[in-house]
Design a protein around this ligand. Structure first.
Ligand code: PHE
Length: 339
């Protein structure tokens, strides 16, 4: 009778197992047979009521059936998992032969190209690179550079004022002062960055870039300034371009000069770009005014130095024959893609 019961249990279990297609269904089936109130569990509980001589064989047979069911459940569970995985793999498959979506490559902005080229030239001459804030104290932008309160450069139409004492820097020269305050001579650095002036036309934008240069030591002379700038201009434009120093005025340098190169378009015979003069103005420079040294606590009797500053956009326009500075900032890919 025990044997009959066992084969009945196995048969009905297998009948129920046949159509099971999911793990939760399989779990339900397990509970129905092996759970606390399961069919097989009930039989096991009944063993106690059997006479001792039958209990043993009936028990062994039920345990075998239990193992049979457990094994079958385990096997089906693995089959279902494998099936699920292969379904998932099939649905998530990627067709690597489909054409990709095109991402056009970016380019280095022409102003950045020039900035990097200029930086490379000065670094090769032993200059280091410094930086300063674009939102600057009036003190560093003007006062410490010997630009008095009534100087025209301070007027509202040129300078963006953030508050009474804070401006958007109008040039990179305040970096001279900040570095000199922090370090002692000898110094030899450039300071590239953005500057701001309230001005807009074909050759002015409210934001543009400058590179400042400063060299301070025990016997730095105007000859050193001339040699450094000539070397620089010959490397950036061409080795045979003529360079000219014209007397000029900046409150923070004395003497001051404006530096021109022979017109690279007409070779000095006179054209529209050089306004017929044969020369193109490139940068401002001069020997550091002793007044500026005093304000940062350097002894002007012990130290001398030169400074220079130039606009990057202007040099980029000359290098690439661009006639409108605003093109740099319109972000038109047809323009930027040409460099
Ligand atoms: N800061 C000056 C300008 O913006 C340029 C300059 C820098 C001149 C250093 C002399 C020395 O016009």
């Amino acid at each position: 009778m025990g044997g009959q019961k066992n084969s009945f249990l196995r048969e009905s279990f297998l009948n129920e197992l046949g159509p099971v297609v999911s793990v939760p269904e399989l779990e339900e089936l397990r509970v129905r047979y092996l759970g606390k109130k399961g069919l097989l569990t009930a039989e096991l509980k009944n063993l106690g009521g059997l006479p001792p001589d039958q209990r043993r064989t009936a028990g062994a047979a039920l345990n075998e059936t239990k193992e049979f069911i457990e094994h079958a459940l385990g096997q089906r569970k693995q089959e279902l998992k494998d099936l699920e995985l292969s379904r998932k793999l099939a649905s998530e498959g990627i067709d690597v032969t489909l054409p990709g979506s095109y991402v056009p490559p970016g380019r280095v902005h022409p102003v950045t190209q020039t900035l990097e080229e200029i930086t490379d030239v000065f670094v090769s001459m032993g200059f280091s690179v410094e930086e300063g804030p674009e939102v600057e104290l009036d003190y560093y932008n003007f006062e410490a550079l010997n630009i008095p309160k009534e100087h025209p450069a301070r007027e509202m139409q040129d300078t963006f004022y953030v508050s009474k004492d804070v401006v958007l820097r109008t040039h990179t020269s305040p970096v001279q002062v900040r570095v000199m305050q922090r370090k002692s001579p000898p110094l030899k650095f450039i300071a590239p960055g953005k500057v701001y002036r309230c001005d807009a036309d074909i050759s002015h934008t409210p934001m543009f870039h400058q590179i400042e240069g400063l060299m301070v030591g025990e016997d730095i002379t105007f000859s050193n300034l001339k040699s450094v700038l000539e070397t620089f201009l010959h490397r950036i434009f061409s080795p045979d371009v003529p360079v000219r120093f014209r007397p000029s005025y900046f409150p923070f340098t004395e003497p001051s000069a404006e530096v021109d190169i022979g017109c690279i378009f007409c070779k000095g015979t006179g054209c529209r770009t050089c306004k017929g003069s044969g020369w193109i103005e490139i940068l401002g420079a001069g020997m550091v005014n002793p007044h500026v040294f005093e304000m940062v606590g350097y002894d002007p009797k012990q130290y001398s130095g030169f400074a220079f500053g130039m606009g990057i956009e202007r040099i980029t326009m000359l290098k690439f024959s661009i006639d409108d500075i605003r093109l740099f900032f319109e972000n038109d890919i047809r323009f930027l893609g040409q460099f």
